[in-house]
Design a protein around this ligand. Structure first.
Ligand code: SF4
Length: 181
């Protein structure tokens, strides 16, 4: 079993897929290693590629606001991505890139042992919950798998594009908080 720092070191120096050639830096997840909740997004964004920190920029601000709605901060949660390197042009990560990177996510999950996994957006939900998961219809629904609650909410960048999604995402976050208590 590797330690968290060893895992981070592997990610920092990883060359398992072509994204290694275009990234500035790999972005390991970040947050409270004892958190009961693990948030998973699809891939490192442009700001993350620059800063090395998950969920910075405007999407990160939306995420922080949603956490505040339920009385939480980044220090209460852990957040990571399916692919740790930024896909050029902010495109969806390709299946083969996800396949190459997913062992890191599995290992993060093993180390964290969360009570709940929250997928941020369609790509993460389709990878983690079900390939045909429909985020518009199924966000906020819960599924218990191997003792871990799985759910999905809109990706904060989708809320930035369409702020009518914010109120229903607050409802989803409240349901998450309730199930964590
Ligand atoms: Fe390695 Fe994942 Fe980055 Fe690909 S996306 S180079 S598998 S860390």
């Amino acid at each position: 079993m590797y330690t968290y720092d060893e895992l981070k070191n592997f990610v920092d120096h990883c060359g398992r897929c072509p994204l290694a050639r275009t990234r500035n830096r790999a972005v390991m997840g970040r947050g409270n290693l004892r958190s009961p909740v693990l948030f998973i997004a699809e891939g490192a964004g442009r700001n993350e590629d620059r800063d090395g920190i998950p969920f910075t920029g405007q999407s990160g601000q939306v995420f922080d606001r949603l956490l505040r709605e339920i009385g939480m901060t980044r220090e209460d949660v852990y957040i990571t991505n399916i692919v740790k390197c930024h896909p050029p042009g902010n495109r969806d990560p390709k299946p083969e890139e996800q396949e190459a990177c997913i062992p890191y996510l599995k290992y993060e999950t093993l180390l964290l042992r969360p009570k709940m996994i929250v997928c941020l957006g369609r790509v993460a939900a389709q990878r983690i919950i079900r390939p045909d998961f429909r985020i518009t219809r199924e966000h906020g629904s819960f599924l218990l798998r191997k003792g871990v609650w799985l759910t999905a909410v809109y990706h904060p960048s989708a809320i930035l594009r369409d702020d009518t999604k914010y109120p229903e995402t607050v409802v989803d976050f409240r349901a998450i908080k309730k199930r964590l208590m």
